[in-house]
Design a protein. Structure first.
Length: 211
């Protein structure tokens, strides 16, 4: 009877120990997978996507204007190329931000409450702040966009090429920053794609502008 009791107790203890070991291994896997998921992207990736999204949206608007306002067939063809390249990228940027659980608009995260500060002593107007940011990344200001919308023919062509060259240069800086500091493979691939495409488009636009 004593031996049977000892064997039963030993078996129960071994079972408990095995269960605890399995549970510990399972917990280790979860702990390992969670940081891996969190490390799939970093701040540079988010900054890139949040900045490039409105950047592309404005480029698409400019390119759509060329359909009815440009005089040059070459400018219209270039605008069509920009549209076909950047419209799918806009959707990809949206998907990346949704996948990361981040806002489509960086101002929602970095400028919360700034609207309520409009008009305070020493503060710029919100439009002025937006225009300052626009000049930093090559985006057109609200005034420049209004001028482009009002232009037609050869004047539109000149404005479009001048503005889009600067716009693309801004995008190149953003793409280079992402390739230097980003982590997410999808974002890094997209940045490289943007860099290659827009470098080529800048060369074409410069030739059209100088021709």
């Amino acid at each position: 009877m004593t031996n049977r009791f000892v064997r039963s107790a030993a078996l129960a203890l071994a079972t408990v120990a095995s269960a605890a070991l399995l549970a510990g291994c399972g917990g280790g896997d979860d702990a390992t997978s969670q940081p891996a998921a969190a490390a799939a992207f970093n701040t540079a990736d988010v900054t890139f996507a949040q900045g490039m999204l409105p950047h592309h949206v404005q480029a698409v608007e400019m390119a759509r204007l060329a359909k009815s306002r440009a005089a040059s067939a070459e400018v219209k063809k270039l605008a069509a190329t920009i549209l076909s390249g950047q419209e799918p990228e806009i959707e990809q940027l949206r998907q990346l931000l949704a996948q990361w659980g981040r806002s489509l608009d960086k101002s929602m995260e970095t400028m919360t409450g700034m609207e309520s500060m409009r008009g305070m002593p020493g503060m710029e107007t919100m439009e002025g702040m937006s225009n300052l940011e626009a000049t930093m990344d090559g985006m057109a200001t609200s005034g420049e966009m209004a001028e482009l919308r009002a232009a037609k023919g050869a004047k539109f062509d000149r404005l479009f090429l001048t503005m889009m060259i600067e716009h693309h240069r801004g995008a190149l800086q953003m793409a280079k920053a992402e390739r230097a500091d980003g982590k997410a493979p999808e974002a890094l691939t997209l940045a490289e794609q943007i860099e290659i495409a827009q470098q080529g488009e800048i060369q074409k636009m410069q030739k059209l502008k100088n021709g």
